[in-house]
Design a protein around this ligand. Structure first.
Ligand SMILES: [Cu+2]
Length: 275
């Protein structure tokens, strides 16, 4: 009905598949419908007044110095509405977006964005991420995994494809090698800027298996349009199977080509500095 005049844009959302997508959508819907009503009200009045008070040679103009009551009303009313929306959404917002409310992770991955793609890092068979050292960052070692930390020898890195289990708290530690990118999972209602030199934690818990889009939502250069990835949400069994395959390949490779053991460094006595 009246589709030519008005299209409900809430239907533009892709299917929500994270535990908090419904609540965020509901919050969005309330604010959205509020805006729709205000929009038609104000523009309806505007058009009505334009027609009603159009030029009329028989009508005499008069001065109007304003009305305090009216001005207070249109200042206070929106302020109250905004404050109420702020208070109402605060808990939901911090629960889904704030780093200090990220739940305990069942699965942790690191994501390093670059022009133009995504590196994804898993901790490897030992379950421990090797230390990071920014000075060792290169295109072939995008995370700057410290070559002297044995915990990093077995870390798994994939490109543009993330495998994750459903019904688990997934925590993504996000950064970028170059410019600002944005890690966008539309189906999960997750969108977070990646900033160079900074690690930002985000989380979600997906309940539906399937293949979903990962997009960069920050115009980051000429190849921005191609900066897409895929998220495979799998049952725990399937996910473990995928991880086992990857990890046994890593183990076999480590056995065949044992990495050079880090040479122990002799600690120099700390020099006193005078600043
Ligand atoms: Cu990008």
């Amino acid at each position: 009905m009246l589709e030519w005049l008005y299209k409900d844009m809430l239907t533009f959302f892709p299917e929500g598949v994270s535990t908090y997508s419904k609540q965020l959508d509901d919050m969005f819907a309330v604010i959205y419908w509020f805006s729709v009503v205000i929009f038609f009200l104000t523009y309806g009045l505007l058009i009505a007044f334009i027609i009603k008070y159009r030029f009329n040679p028989n009508r005499k103009g008069y001065h109007f110095h304003g009305s305090n009551a009216l001005e207070f009303t249109w200042t206070l009313l929106p302020s109250i509405v905004f404050i109420l929306i702020g208070l109402w959404s605060e808990d939901m917002w911090t629960r889904t977006k704030s780093e200090w409310r990220v739940p305990h992770p069942d699965v942790s991955v690191e994501v390093m964005a670059y022009q133009f793609g995504w590196n994804i890092r898993y901790p490897g068979p030992d379950g421990v991420f090797g230390k990071k050292d920014r000075s060792q960052m290169t295109p072939s070692n995008p995370f700057g995994i410290d070559k002297n930390d044995p915990a990093g020898f077995d870390d798994l890195i994939t490109m543009n494809q993330i495998h994750l289990p459903i019904n688990k708290n997934v925590v993504v530690n996000l950064s970028t090698m170059d410019v600002i990118h944005s890690f966008f999972l539309p189906n999960f209602r997750v969108k977070q800027d990646a900033l160079p030199g900074q690690w930002i934690k985000i989380w979600f818990n997906g309940f539906k298996s399937g293949k979903y889009e990962l997009a960069c939502a920050e115009l980051c250069g000429s190849g921005h349009y191609s900066m897409r990835g895929e998220v495979f949400m799998q049952s725990e069994v399937e996910y473990d199977k995928w991880l086992d395959e990857k990890y046994s390949a890593i183990k076999a490779n480590l056995l065949a080509n044992p990495p050079a053991l880090p040479t122990p460094t002799v600690e120099e006595p700390a020099k006193e500095s005078h600043h």
